[in-house]
Write a protein of this length. Structure first.
Length: 337
């Protein structure tokens, strides 16, 4: 029997009852709802469908409410096709909209700006108060609502925004089993969220998303307070060099195990399957390695939320996990599920 859990993010590609049922039938153990996208009416309907399927199959399907957190995102604009060397303006009130004064306080000429978890990388060429000129270093499409990070720098923002507070109240009202807190920086962030959940009359788990340098540096106090951690590799790439991410992933998984807390690995596990029906060999190796490192669960994001082949992505993930587990004992400490 497979020990590692499979989590799937619901989105436009997986919003129908039929697809959600197939995802669960193919091996999904838990559902993630991403509160960075969609509205509460859509989330309520997805929760209703999941609970209905729970009743039908006679087995619990835990739901994780992933709060957006104090992130900076692009506003609304017509998607921009970038080529290497393309220069464009971002601003509070002009160009591609970045509605954050904190962003323009932090950036300096020569900084690298990462969009959508590092999928698009640009260099800051010029700064003019509340706007800046960026130069694309890679090709790709810059799309609305995507995350904006400055390599090596952290935004000085509170752990819960007004939007998060509203979404949290919704999650507690809907009896969501776990809350994922984005951009955790210290153990007190977890303590504060747990206190707020208790005030709202809930008892949801709190999962700390490890995506900043501060979180990695203070992982011991965070793991002690959290009920589990999520290794958010996309955002970690904004604070560390990419070649450092594997060793950081291994460290985080091991640290969670030492405290008897479950670890989840996420981001770009089977990224090519957003467009293709089969994973790359490198992706297969990545998933295999994460399981051999001792990850308790793997989470698919865009693959099941917006991908063309959400069911196939789960089938492949299940196959790879089983093969990794069959390859020999995995050193795991008891986890307090």
């Amino acid at each position: 029997m497979r020990k590692s859990k499979i989590l799937a993010t619901l989105g436009p590609s997986s919003s129908s009852r039929d697809v959600i049922f197939q995802l669960i039938r193919e091996g999904v153990d838990g559902i993630r709802l991403n509160f960075s996208h969609g509205d509460l009416k859509e989330k309520k309907e997805l929760i209703r469908v999941v609970r209905d399927i729970e009743q039908e199959i006679g087995s619990p399907i835990p739901i994780i409410g992933d709060l957006q957190g104090p992130t900076v995102r692009l506003g609304e604009f017509k998607p921009l096709q970038l080529k290497r060397g393309t220069r464009f303006r971002v601003g509070l009130n002009e160009g591609v909209p970045v509605k954050s004064e904190e962003f323009f306080k932090l950036i300096e000429r020569g900084d690298f700006v990462l969009f959508e978890g590092g999928r698009i990388v640009c260099k800051v060429i010029e700064i003019n108060g509340e706007s800046a000129i960026l130069e694309a270093l890679v090709e790709g499409e810059l799309r609305p609502k995507k995350t904006v990070a400055i390599h090596g720098k952290e935004y000085d923002l509170p752990p819960l925004t007004l939007k998060d507070e509203k979404d949290l109240e919704f999650c507690i009202k809907m009896n969501v089993e776990a809350i994922a807190l984005s951009f955790v920086k210290k153990g007190d962030d977890i303590v504060s969220l747990k206190e707020r959940i208790e005030e709202l009359g809930g008892n949801s788990w709190v999962i700390a998303k490890i995506e900043t340098r501060s979180a990695v540096n203070r992982i011991n106090e965070i793991v002690r307070e959290a009920d589990g951690i999520l290794v958010a590799r996309g955002d970690l790439g904004a604070y560390f060099n990419l070649e450092e991410i594997p060793s950081i992933q291994k460290l985080l998984i091991e640290r969670a195990a030492e405290y008897g807390k479950p670890s989840i690995v996420a981001t770009q596990l089977l990224d090519s399957m957003i467009e293709n029906p089969m994973p790359t060999r490198a992706e297969v190796m990545d998933v295999y390695t994460a399981i051999r490192m001792g990850a308790d669960a793997l989470l698919l994001t865009g693959e099941t939320a917006i991908g063309k082949y959400p069911i196939d992505a789960i089938r492949w993930l299940e196959r790879i996990i089983r093969k990794a587990e069959e390859s020999g004992a995995i050193a795991r400490r008891p986890v307090s599920y």
